[in-house]
Design a binder for this molecule. Sequence first.
Ligand code: ZN
Length: 403
Amino acid sequence: MPEGEPGTKKAMSRIEGCIAFLQRLIQTRSMPGEEGDLAALVASEMERLGYDEVSVDAAGNVIGLVRGRGEAPSVMFNTHLDHVDAGDPADWPHDPFGGEIHDGLLWGRGAADIKGPLAAQVYGIAALAAAAERPAGDVYVTAVVQEEVGGLGARYMADTLAPDLTVIGEPSRNEVRRGHRGRVEIQVRVRGRMAHASMTKIGRNPLTVIGRFLAALEGLDLPDDPDLGRATIAPTLIGTDQTSANVIPGEATLTLDCRTVPAQTGETLRERLLPVLRAGDIEGTESDILIPVHARVSYAGYEMTYPADNPAHAIASDHPAITTVVDVLDPVLGGPPPVDVWDFATDGGHFSEAGMIVVGFGPGDDRLAHTVSEHIEIDDLEKGMRGNEALAREWPSRYAAVS
Ligand SMILES: [Zn+2]
């Protein structure tokens, strides 16, 4: 039986409310640094749905709370407010900011990453708020800023809000995720000597060093983690200080996207790669490796600088946090959900680093994230909403009982 909401003549079922909310979320653009309108929309919806407390913190993150009885650990359901660029709308089958529904699929930028999962968390936990039901422990629903550009919002929240358990709502096809590799960005810089391109004996070409380094990377043995698989390094950007094709450049830069396992940090990667790079130096070149530092400001005016270093995290598949999540979701999803790791990094690394137990669960297909085919199945959205509701009701006390 669909539950109605008080005060409406023909009561909307909760999934209908969730769908309409998701459409409004998609229609409200929220690129990193521009999430103000979306934050206001999420906060006002939480208030309307009867959350006990709704606030926006100094970074601009939205925090909703359904207060518990203090008899179980607190749990946070977390997603983010921002999305990546939609590119050319002409490349999409439907308007990326329309929130249109066709054949049971809801289309648009953010449908899977992350507005579908955000709606499924806000409306899943709304079941507890509307029933004026006190869950065993406090239940937070949070949506943070700037996840797509290094996690300013989550970095701030990890220092200011301390729930015991966290459900990261990044799309997981309603499966359970127990971690992911980290992401470190590395910049390789090689200085040489600029010269007329006809005078190769006078110039010291930094691209020669970059070329040797790229070849050496191919054969590098990287750590293999039993939980997360092998670390990887992908060269992504290359540039020189030149725009003329007939000049040997004075400097060349190379960017590496490194997917790390828990033992690795930006610093350990630098120590590993620097000798490999310098082994390829030619007489007269100088090489170095840097971890870029990003300076970001949120829509709320909060400033932060941080290195391009997002930590990996993982918990074992037989950890009580995972087994209890699977047990709670089993009856809701019609069978035990598969447990796996995510390919991509999430804000979960920041929360895990702050000492929280982090588990992933969200509707939507992660393989559609950041594409022009982004959509979510309405059925998937509803299952995600009901899964979140069950997790909010049962997971903290079940986990406390066995850990
Ligand atoms: Zn995301």
